[in-house]
Design a protein around this ligand. Structure first.
Ligand SMILES: [Zn+2]
Length: 349
């Protein structure tokens, strides 16, 4: 079969090449790939900045935002041939740490977790892949290709859970939320905010393309200004850009008793005028909380499936702005101005 593989930490090493059939060690369920979403992590791995090959190998099969069709459910998986499934990304560390021991691998303490397509386990960008039954999440066949949005939705399902958990520290009746960044994560965060009945605002740099319309279609408000100029004090900010300036402004402009949830992973950037002691003083005097959120455990996968089932399918379809064939995977990794979610399509629905 063929797969998109890469030698981690080696720029320019990505290839669409022949590889052996999927290893039975990766699970008893055999799946035919339908589509795999591309995100910034994939771009970083292909650029040689991130990623780890499986033990004893030099190359890693890329891809963690999966959607596939069961070819062989194996024994006692509860799955049927033809079911649409999405593979969970992270696996608990082998020690395991207390959080992995109770199934909260997203909260892993020792960093020895592994991840399909990222860290030491082959990913889902191969014509066929195998998975353990307990990590194969069945998606409603009505969703079709939209099932590929499940993995990014798990990330925001967890972020919202973090926000709610922090909110329970005191009397808290949030009315509005500001989401920074109208990429797939930001738009899915806005979707959940609307499903919760909140007044949702989304901020991004662009003024053209489909992002403003997608935000309006949710019944939310689109802003192409800075966080300090949105005209209100957000009760909640979900930060999805990873850009230093936006993060600093979010922390300094969230309302009193507010919560800033960071989901974007960036690097460096200008200090943007927010000295650490000033940030701390604001947080102390206004009882603000800054919480980081990454990855997802099974509970979030369950919640994410509910979010997608409740959402308008035409709206979800608007998030997938480009589909590329696997042999043109380098095109899928390009970032074009109007892209939201680009997927590599392996087979027809
Ligand atoms: Zn762990």
């Amino acid at each position: 079969m063929k797969a998109i593989t890469v030698e981690p930490m080696t720029s320019g090493s990505a290839r669409w090449e022949d590889v052996p059939e999927p290893d039975a060690a990766n699970g008893s369920v055999l799946v035919e790939a339908v589509a795999v979403g591309v995100c910034g992590t994939d771009v970083e791995i292909v650029e040689g900045k991130y990623g780890w090959a499986p033990s004893g190998k030099s190359r890693l099969v890329l891809g963690h935002e999966s959607l596939g069709r069961v070819i062989d459910p194996g024994a006692r998986s509860g799955l049927t041939k033809g079911d649409l499934v999405v593979g969970v990304v992270r696996r608990p560390d082998p020690v395991p740490c207390p959080n992995c021991a109770v199934g909260e691998w997203d909260m892993c303490r020792n960093g020895q977790y592994t991840e399909r397509g990222i860290k030491q386990i082959d990913g889902y960008m191969s014509e066929r892949w195998r998975i353990e039954p307990e990590y194969a999440m069945r998606v409603d066949s009505m969703l079709g290709i939209l099932g590929v949005l499940l993995e990014p939705t798990t990330v925001v399902a967890k972020a919202w859970e973090m926000v709610k958990a922090v909110g329970q520290r005191s009397f808290w009746e949030p009315r509005n939320v500001l989401v920074t960044g109208a990429g797939p994560i930001g738009l899915l965060a806005a979707l959940i905010g609307r499903q919760a009945g909140l007044d949702v605002h989304v901020l991004d740099r662009v003024t053209t393309g489909s992002k403003p319309d997608l935000v309006k279609a949710l019944g939310a408000t689109y802003h192409s200004t800075s966080v300090s100029n949105v005209g209100f004090e957000p009760d909640i900010i979900i930060e999805c850009t990873g850009v230093g300036q936006v993060i600093a402004e979010s922390i300094l402009n969230v309302g009193s008793g507010g919560i800033v949830c960071l989901t974007g992973v960036g690097r460096g950037g200008a200090a943007a005028g927010a000295a650490i002691a000033d940030v701390a003083a604001t947080a102390v005097l206004r009882n603000n909380v800054i919480v980081g959120s990454v990855n997802a455990n099974k509970r979030h996968w369950y919640k994410a499936a509910q979010v997608l089932a409740r959402a308008d399918r035409t709206w979800l379809g608007g998030l997938i702005t480009r589909r590329e064939k696997p042999e043109h995977f380098m095109r899928a990794l390009e970032r074009r101005p109007d892209d939201i979610k680009v997927v590599i399509q392996f087979s027809d629905m």
